[in-house]
Ligand binder design. Sequence first.
Ligand code: TTP
Ligand code: MG
Length: 367
Amino acid sequence: MGGNFTMEERSTDHQRIILHLDMDSFYASVEMRENPEFKGKPVVIGADPKNGTGRGVVSTCSYEARAFGIRSAMPISQAFVLCPQAVFLPPHFPRYAKASAEVMAILKSFDLPFQQVSIDEAFLDVSALGGYPGATDLAARIRNDISTQLGLTCSIGIAPTKVVAKIASDVDKPDGLTVVEPENLFSFLAPIPVRKIPGVGRKAEAELFETGIRTIKDLTEYDIQVLIARFGRSSITLQSITAGKDDDIVKEQDGVKSVSREMTFLKDTNDEQVIAATIDALARDVCRNLLDESLRCRTVTIKVRYQEFVTKTKARTLPHYTDDEKTVRSCAHSLLRNIFNGRPIRLLGIRLSSFEKHDARQMILNV
Ligand code: TTP
Ligand code: MG
């Protein structure tokens, strides 16, 4: 073991240290900051509950509301049953976009490799700080800056890989800091439920449970051949990332990963005219958002939710980057024709992704 490397060389040359930050109950925290009278109360951001008859879903909620069992993506009517006295607020996207840009500006100010992955989370490659004490000091500084400059809290995970850093930022929410040094990697990961692995949803969790796999320890110890036979070759990736072996790097990239809008109908509908008009309105909204961010996209995804919460999505990658509303609209209509089965629809959505920044240099290249 060891080859030509001494232990010291190995630790400085090969040790990657990743920091993952995720804002706490982001939309709800921004609303509580703007309206201090809501602080300490259960606050739910999402559709109008209309005294329990409202449709649509919860975007997010404060930790006080989570104590009542309310969660993101839950029907708003269910949230109302769980906590009718909660403060229910509609989302104010421009507010969240501004707060997000301010958080990201703080992270970028340290001049380290930076990757934003959603409106409220980002990675920093902090390897250049030379070790975990330096990385931990930086995390303290970031939390302090976000708290004093923006009046918001976040949770941070620091670990040898992106996946583990992301899992770590989630374990001590809200306002938490979790540092997983290489020597603690396996003891940290072992008891974590599989559902906490990014990308493992409710369905995959249920299938893994059936195989007897509940924790990351169960997963890493499972015979890989049996896993492949049951779940396909992606199990190799799953097993290796959870063994702390993923080598995905922090890809420097500015800004958002996707822009989406969705709408829940007041009453389920299969009226083609209503559906077409909704697609037009959603396309207009997402394209406006694209223009605001000076982005062009290549992938258009449509989402259709039928009664009983059966959700279908279909995506298409365009031959060229675009921010043209007409192109997005006709792509969305064509995708819808592919998946619409005539049954009443509860929710429709459009998502745009695969962006390029529409900056001056590209404009010159494009003329
Ligand atoms: P998250 O980071 O998943 O959630 P959160 O910040 O509200 O709470 P946590 O403390 O657990 O991180 O998502 C960030 C924001 O994205 C969230 O504030 C609202 C929005 N969002 C939705 O609109 N719908 C959803 O289903 C989810 C999960 C998030
Ligand atoms: Mg968050």
